[in-house]
Design a protein around this ligand. Structure first.
Ligand code: UDP
Length: 582
């Protein structure tokens, strides 16, 4: 009977074919024969019910049923979705609900292989793992107990990579890893070149942890010291500009390594008394302390537009209501989560970090008639994210009054300001690779990749998509034709086809947007984001290394916490591509 009610209430739930395909493959419950045993409504009900049960921890008399309905509506209206592990695992045996983890790797065989094992356990449940390998002694260093020589960080990374390969066969989704190495580690050049050959370390993103001191050395054109982490001794020195140029060269060639500005990340560490941040999660948006985890969730901005005075505008009232529910939802996730390790349980519950972000930004811009690469878009980005951040902090404060401050509050940045907070961080901008498919919106804060494209998802399945806003505008504007769609699907850019100039300006796609605008949008969102921002800065195939160097310097100057670039055609297994569908 309750299922019928649920179905009746979700009459409006409209999912795209792509969304259904993704959900059926990995998210919906299946029996032993592989037959799907729950509907999408059942899935959202299962998640809403499980997360609402968290209320009882604080108030045994809480009205769980109405909270469940609130969360259910939030998701079925596609206004907010929690990260994939929550959708997949809530109310099921695994019960692991977070996407982001960082594990410590200390300079011993025991610690390294404990981390490999813990990585496998996390990947099994759909979480991604980040590590700093900076504490490992360099290659060729002495090993005291055996008298032999050490293999160094890059060799050990292979063990994590192979473990990831093995687990991904049976896990809920492909495990992803981030490897970070400090710029002053003696093996830094080996690390920078680690993904030079195709097909190696394919389960890793690499990032060099760059210090402000190093950036200054690049500016001054001077040498800097490499330190052995095992004993702190200066091993040798390198020219900072040469190292910087090598990093740029490899990023230009392969997309890896990215860079993280580790001093800036630590300047914003909300709980410095618990230790220094050394790593982020795989896609770079979530800096975490060793053994910390974070659950993310994203608001679909394309659902936050309303008509007022005959014009489309941002519906801030609705946005505020969604933020309020989402903060509560994400805080509850921490309590009902089944963490893969007791250390992770303990660390995560000390800081209670959550990562509320947005997706569908590019869709929202289309609805508002604002081109992605315009001053108005920068203004909107700042305005919206600062609103999300301020409201999230306000509601986290309210939760602190109701439930208590996060346990590591003393010594945190919030104690100094005197503001009670339930969560040491509230906001993060995730890539929303799968969530955006489920919600049927543009991913994260990225521009549209193309107006018509083939999407490679999961195990090599391909899907064709035509941007619905473009389709509608083209039909209304009277310039829609089969030939137009066909030539766009085959890779033509909008400026090469016959459409009105205002449509060319508005429907600008990733490749037509010069890197500077990508960085400016990222910076606009970072300004009001507690954690970091997932964003790819796209370069055209013919971009030079100097263009990449320029963007890296700009990222530092504009206060980003890190940056990832992608030059078209530089990697074979590109996650998305334009061109004719097969
Ligand atoms: N992630 C992962 N494997 C994947 C995709 C994502 O481990 O195949 C983790 C990783 O930590 C990433 C985070 O999930 O940074 C968020 O990614 P995204 O927003 O794309 O995930 P979604 O919630 O949309 O599935």
């Amino acid at each position: 009977k309750s299922e019928m009610k649920a179905d009746a209430r979700t009459e409006g739930l409209k999912l795209t074919d792509n969304a259904m395909c993704v959900l059926e493959r990995r998210y919906l419950k299946k029996d032993k024969q592989g037959k799907t045993t729950e509907t999408v409504e059942d899935m959202f009900r299962r998640v809403a019910r499980t997360i609402a049960m968290g209320e009882l921890i604080y108030n045994p008399k809480a009205d769980v049923r109405s909270r469940e309905d609130e969360f259910f509506n939030l998701m079925t209206r596609l206004e907010f979705l929690p990260n994939s592990p929550t959708l997949m695992n809530a109310g099921r045996e695994l019960g692991q609900l977070s996407a982001c983890f960082v594990l410590p790797v200390d300079d011993s065989i025991e610690s390294i292989f404990d981390a490999v094992k813990h990585t496998a356990m996390i990947h099994k449940s759909g979480g991604g793992t980040g590590f700093s390998f900076s504490r490992l002694r360099p290659e060729q260093d002495r090993v005291g107990t055996t008298g032999g020589v050490a293999s160094g960080p890059v060799s050990f990374m292979r063990a994590f990579d192979v473990a990831t390969d093995v687990i991904k066969q049976g896990g809920t989704r492909r495990g992803a890893n981030m490897a970070i190495l400090s710029i002053d580690h003696p093996d830094i050049m080996k690390f920078v070149h680690a993904k030079d050959k195709a097909g190696v370390l394919t389960n890793f993103n690499l990032s060099v942890a760059i210090t402000d001191k190093f950036m200054q050395a690049v500016k001054d054109g001077v040498d800097y010291d490499l330190l052995n982490p095992h004993n702190g001794e200066v091993v040798s020195s390198l020219n900072a500009s040469e190292v910087f140029n090598k990093i740029v060269h490899m990023a230009w060639k392969t997309g890896d390594p990215g860079i993280v500005f580790i001093d800036r990340i630590n300047a914003y560490n909300p709980t410095p008394q618990l230790g220094r941040i050394e790593s982020t999660n795989p896609c770079g948006e979530q800096p975490l302390l060793p053994y910390e985890s974070c659950n993310l969730g994203s608001i679909n901005l394309s659902r936050m537009v309303t008509v007022s005075g005959g014009q489309n505008t941002v519906d801030y009232k609705k946005l505020s209501r969604v933020i309020k529910s989402a903060v509560r939802f994400l805080d509850n996730v921490i309590d009902v989560n089944k963490f893969p390790l007791p250390q992770i349980d303990e660390m995560t519950k000390k800081s209670r970090k959550i990562g509320l972000g947005v997706m569908g930004f590019a869709d929202m811009l289309l609805e508002l008639g604002v081109p992605y690469n315009s001053e108005n878009s920068i203004k909107l980005a700042e305005e919206i994210m600062c609103f999300v951040n301020d409201e999230a902090h306000k509601f986290s404060s309210e939760l602190a009054v109701e439930r208590g401050v996060f346990p590591a509050y003393r010594g945190s940045i919030y104690e100094k300001s005197g503001r009670p907070m339930r969560n040491a961080s509230c906001t993060t901008i995730a890539p929303t690779g799968t969530l955006s498919i489920i919600a049927g919106c543009s991913s994260g804060i990225e521009p549209h990749f193309a107006l018509c494209f083939t999407r490679n998802i999961l195990d090599g399945t391909k899907m064709i998509e035509v941007n619905p806003y473009f389709e509608r505008a083209a039909k209304e504007g009277g310039y829609y034709s089969e030939e137009l769609i066909k030539s766009l699907a085959e890779g033509a850019h909008l400026d090469e086809v016959d459409v009105p100039q205002d449509a060319k300006d508005l429907f600008v796609t990733a490749h037509q947007i010069v890197p500077e605008w990508h960085v400016r949008i990222q910076a606009a969102f970072q300004k009001c984001t507690d954690n970091a921002v997932s964003k790819t800065v796209n370069f055209s195939r013919d971009a030079g290394e100097c263009d990449v160097a320029e963007v890296y310097k700009m990222a530092h100057a504009r206060n980003l916490k890190g940056i990832t670039i992608y030059r078209d055609g530089s990697r074979e297994d590109q996650p998305m591509s334009t061109g004719k569908a097969e």
